[in-house]
Design a binder for this molecule. Structure first.
Ligand code: AP5
Ligand code: MG
Length: 215
């Protein structure tokens, strides 16, 4: 099963993708996570992407298209994948159609997660994760059971993303409305787009997504 989770920054794409990975034995392909790994490694791609990401703008289409095409070819994608943060422009959506056709694959579901802009800023600025295992937390909505200790691995160090500040979030939202929202009509016209209410509680959103996948 191959799925796209579409939605603005902070909509909950990463949060829901983790549940879907376990539930359906498919892999999360987050272009944001891949680019952050490239930045951390200091690779040529990472050097190109770093300033762009820190400013909240989009990395050039050709770089992310090549990155995702190579990633889909890896053996762990054989049961399917959840695209999280890709495609993000109409040219990326068109390139995805082309690469899936070439690889003999198809899209099963495109799910839009709708959330109001004000809620997104609160979600993003409160987000942090375990520095050791990467499990996500939030200052208000998702605290570890024991303060300062990761529920998953017991780690005691946490980190925040370089682009998770109020100024950058504004740019990321502007980019979403200008560049990414136009792909919604693209998928609507193909009849594959379904929306879920991303303002609901995390577990309710999971149930809504499962209902779409079952339908
Ligand atoms: P990327 O990493 O994709 O970031 P994003 O799209 O801005 O989305 P986020 O990861 O911020 O949000 P999310 O929807 O995953 O939310 P999450 O589940 O964490 O991209 C980063 C940058 O990389 C881009 O700006 C760009 O520069 C570059 N890039 C990436 N892909 C690219 C592409 N294809 N083309 C060009 N450039 C690209 O949830 C957020 C918080 O809210 C968490 O704390 C969570 O606990 C909480 N939360 C989640 N759901 C709920 C809920 N239902 N109720 C309450 N709280 C919730
Ligand atoms: Mg994410």
């Amino acid at each position: 099963m191959n799925i796209i989770l579409l939605g603005p920054p902070g909509a909950g794409k990463g949060t829901q993708a983790k549940f879907l990975e376990d539930r359906f034995d498919i892999v999360q392909l987050s272009t944001g996570d891949m680019l952050r790994a490239a930045v951390a490694s200091g690779s040529a791609l990472g050097q190109k992407a770093k300033e762009i990401m820190n400013a909240g703008r989009l990395v050039p289409d050709e770089l992310v298209i090549r990155m995702i095409s190579d990633r889909i070819d890896r053996p762990d994608c054989k049961n399917g994948f959840i695209l999280d943060g890709f495609p993000r422009t109409v040219p990326q959506a068109e390139a995805l159609d082309g690469m899936l056709a070439e690889k003999g694959l198809k899209l099963d579901h495109v799910i839009e997660m709708t959330v109001e802009d004000d809620a997104l800023v609160e979600r993003i600025t409160g987000r942090y994760s375990c520095a050791k295992c990467g499990v996500g937390y939030h200052d208000l909505f998702q605290l570890p059971k024991v303060a300062g200790v990761c529920d998953n691995c017991g780690g005691a160090a946490f980190k925040r993303r370089a682009d998770d500040n109020v100024e950058t979030v504004e740019t990321r939202l502007t980019q979403y409305h200008a560049q990414t929202a136009p792909i919604l009509p693209y998928y609507r016209s193909k009849g594959v787009l379904k929306a879920v209410d991303g303002m609901a509680a995390i577990e309710d959103v999971t149930r809504q997504i499962e209902a779409v996948l079952a339908g």
